[in-house]
Design a protein around this ligand. Structure first.
Ligand SMILES: [Zn+2]
Ligand SMILES: [Zn+2]
Length: 337
């Protein structure tokens, strides 16, 4: 059984002919398996959608009930047969509900990782390595320069800055799905219990995380007069709102940004970020290598990101590697910056 008979790249996405479905399709599909709710993976207009319950809830909230398709939800570890293929979802550790997709067909085991990370994250189930013959990995941070500090160190730096400059608001850019909730949950775990002001975009998603049992504490929508009516604290917004009028209501705030790209000093400068926080929901270089080894796969397909260095690393270890050149998955989060 050849892997390329089980999964093949088409203009509309990664297709599984023996199951007659696509994974994270780029165009409306009759049958779609969706790894997670980020907009570049979870598009509107499919007829049947297979995903986790949390991803279904996120898609309904963001796309609207009608546009999101008819859902079939799977728990992690549960298997369903589609056509000739057994499909199992496993935690990817990326955002709430995110899943890897295990395909089993005539003795061949292939895993599509979707987006993933190995860092601890209080808002989602941790990544579980799955033994397989072919592992399909992302490579957003697939360069040796990308080795991240422990997430706790970055949270400490944010709290230290807030303690050092209590007279200034801290306005931190964080993506509305995943990063914002993770940042909040990490701060709560570290003992921060004051209300956090939120840009409108993330409030709905925060409520949804709460429904799925992730405690986020007191959150308030930021209003025009919020900054004047309470003592300076923390406000979160999408990265795009960091420089726009929204952040001006906070006077002269300390601008922060939580992103894997903050490791590149130029990017932080470019965005006028005074407090770069290196916090990512994608595997860094070390995690990519570790994960490939953990799966025991002999063949590695590398999707979106920077694949050259990872290809070479695989070659050196005698692993067959090939780039998939999956385009279209650089939408919402890290890759977009
Ligand atoms: Zn994602
Ligand atoms: Zn992505």
């Amino acid at each position: 059984m050849r892997p390329q008979d089980l999964l093949v790249l088409r203009p509309d996405g990664l297709c599984c002919p023996p199951g007659d479905f696509l994974i994270d399709p780029l165009r409306p599909a009759a049958r779609a398996v969706i790894t997670h709710g980020h907009s570049d993976h979870a598009r509107a207009g499919h007829d049947e959608v297979l995903c986790t319950a949390a991803t279904a809830a996120i898609m309904r909230a963001r796309l609207g009930e009608g546009a999101a398709g008819r859902f079939h939800t799977l728990d992690y570890g549960e298997t369903v047969r589609i056509g000739e293929v057994d499909v199992t979802l496993a935690p990817a550790g990326h955002v709430l509900g995110s899943a890897q997709v295990l395909l089993e067909w005539r003795g061949l085991r292939m895993v599509f990782s979707g987006d993933y990370k190995r860092d601890p994250d209080p808002t989602c189930a941790p990544f579980e390595p799955i033994r397989c013959h072919v592992f399909i990995t992302e490579a957003t941070f697939g360069l040796p320069v990308f080795r991240r500090p422990a997430p706790g160190d970055e949270i400490d730096r944010l709290r230290a800055s807030m303690a050092r400059a209590p007279q200034r608001w801290h306005v931190v850019g964080a993506y509305a799905l995943g990063k914002a909730q993770r940042l909040i949950a990490e701060l709560r775990a570290a003992g921060e219990d004051r209300a956090i002001l939120m840009h409108g975009a993330a409030m709905k998603i925060c409520a949804l995380y709460e429904e799925f049992g992730v405690r986020l504490g007191a959150l308030e929508p930021a209003r025009a007069d919020s900054a004047k009516s309470s003592a300076p604290g923390l406000a979160l917004c999408p990265p795009s709102a960091l420089q726009d009028r929204w952040s001006q209501k906070f006077g002269d705030p300390v601008r922060g940004m939580a992103s894997g790209w903050m490791q590149i000093k130029g990017r932080a400068r470019q965005r006028g970020v005074e407090l770069p926080l290196i916090l990512s929901d994608h595997a860094d270089w070390t995690q990519l290598q570790q994960t490939i080894l953990d799966t025991g796969a002999e063949e590695i397909w590398i999707t979106h990101g920077q694949e050259d260095a990872l290809m070479r690393w695989c070659d050196l270890r005698g692993l067959a590697a090939r780039p998939l050149n999956l385009a279209g998955y650089e939408g919402e989060e890290e890759a977009a910056e």
